[in-house]
Design a protein around this ligand. Structure first.
Ligand code: COA
Length: 379
């Protein structure tokens, strides 16, 4: 197949197309797997913290202890929300999806604290967004749910701990904080996925980092991408027992329904992040003495493997893990935003370092040339 211009046409969805160079991550690379700047995901998720990974992605290296302490302190100091942003958040109705709150909050902060003003760099904007996305969402949430205006500044030293404490009003258990932290590491970066490619495309026009992140949030929102973790929870929560899940799933497969949280464009033999998040979900289930959701999830996984040979992606067991961390379902994808902002920022910076406008061509499949007929003669 070729385009009208004699160029080979891309496969649908640009599958398998190399769309640019990157030194940020490898996804499914033979004998290497998933790495962030050369570090294996198993080491990062099992042994580091989200702040270390954010530093790795945004600044290019893992921080030493004193750098990490300073970075955590810096992020903690960036959690306050300017009054006009709070006013905007208060205008958003309770019925809004939290992803719309994230998108609007990002855009509004870009109005109030533009990139470039006073020497504000892309890295500074990334840190500000990572620190303030949770506060934006939870300020809106508490205002809309209970009419309270919460104080979002705090000295909590982790993004995950701060999020859970603002959400529930209490310090989280170490298990929950660690599970959320590890999930943020898993969600932080994934090469040229749809939202990151969106961010790179926006950046390639020489636009600003807030615009890139706002557009990326829009791309992430859909259920074929980040929205899959919420859709997976909706699926899992329909079933009370593994047997009911098996029966329900068989019916869904018979009608060719997509099962959210399964399959992947790049990983056809399994998503390496899935085993890690599954382990975390299992650990949390055992700790809380509530295995029911985990057992339902595991049966769905078994049926999908048996019937379709399709394996879970990160979003599937993230649903159970987040539910066990007391996170409302509609906040699952916003947590993905907080994590992925570090990856998006890394790609914005990389795109700028060797920029060329991203402007592919279309494979025209429309009418041949037609003669124009003036409106009064068209009948
Ligand atoms: N449930 C049921 N069938 C699935 C499936 C799923 N989750 N994922 C893929 N398939 C089937 C497709 O229907 C297709 O079957 P067909 O050949 O009979 O038409 C086949 O597997 C190949 O899938 P395809 O749609 O070509 O894969 P893709 O690379 O275009 O899509 C996803 C990848 C991720 C968009 C797709 O797997 C999906 O929609 N998954 C559910 C959403 C999700 O979890 N997204 C998060 C991704 S991290």
């Amino acid at each position: 197949m070729s385009t009208g211009q004699g160029t080979p046409a891309a496969k649908a969805g640009l599958e398998g197309i190399i769309a640019g160079k990157t030194a940020i991550s490898t996804v499914g690379k033979e004998n290497v797997g998933l790495t962030y700047r050369g570090y294996r995901i198993t080491d990062l998720a099992g042994r580091s913290t989200f702040e270390e990974v954010a530093h790795l992605l945004i600044y290019g290296s893992l921080p030493g202890q004193s750098q990490l302490d300073a970075y955590r302190k810096k992020l903690a100091g960036l959690r306050g929300l300017p009054q006009p942003l709070k006013t905007t958040l208060e205008q958003i109705p309770a019925s809004a999806h939290p992803m719309d709150v994230m998108r609007t909050g990002c855009s509004m902060l870009g109005v109030l604290e533009p990139e470039g003003e006073g020497g504000r760099t892309a890295q500074a904007v990334a840190d500000r967004l990572i620190a303030s996305f949770g506060p934006m969402l939870l300020y809106w949430y508490h205002f809309r749910q209970r009419g309270t205006r919460i104080e979002t500044s705090s000295t909590d030293n982790t993004v995950s701990g701060h999020f859970l404490r603002l959400l529930t009003g209490n310090a989280p258990s170490l298990d929950k904080q660690r599970a959320l932290d590890a999930s943020l590491i898993l969600y932080a970066e994934h090469e040229f996925n749809a939202s990151t490619f969106t961010a790179r495309t926006i950046t390639s026009t020489l636009s600003d980092v807030y615009s890139a992140v706002t557009g990326a949030i829009g791309a992430l929102r859909g259920p074929l991408h980040g929205g899959a973790n919420e859709a997976a929870m909706e699926l899992i929560s329909q079933f009370d027992t593994p047997d009911a899940a098996e029966q329900g799933l068989m019916q869904m497969l018979a009608t060719k329904r997509l099962i959210m949280g399964f399959g992947h464009r790049v990983y056809k033999n399994g998503d390496p992040r899935s085993d890690i998040i599954k382990g975390l979900a299992k650990h949390l289930s055992e700790k809380t003495g509530n295995m029911s959701m985990f057992n339902v999830s595991e049966r769905i996984e078994q049926v999908m493997k048996r019937e379709k040979n399709i394996l879970p992606n990160l979003d599937f067991y993230a649903a159970a893990a987040y539910q066990l961390c007391d996170v409302p379902t509609s906040m699952f994808t916003p947590l993905f935003v907080i994590a992925r902002t570090s990856g998006w920022a890394a790609h914005v910076i990389e795109q700028r370092s060797d920029n060329r406008l991203i402007r592919p061509i279309g494979d025209y499949i429309g009418h041949d040339v037609q003669e124009y007929v003036p409106v009064e003669k068209r009948g």
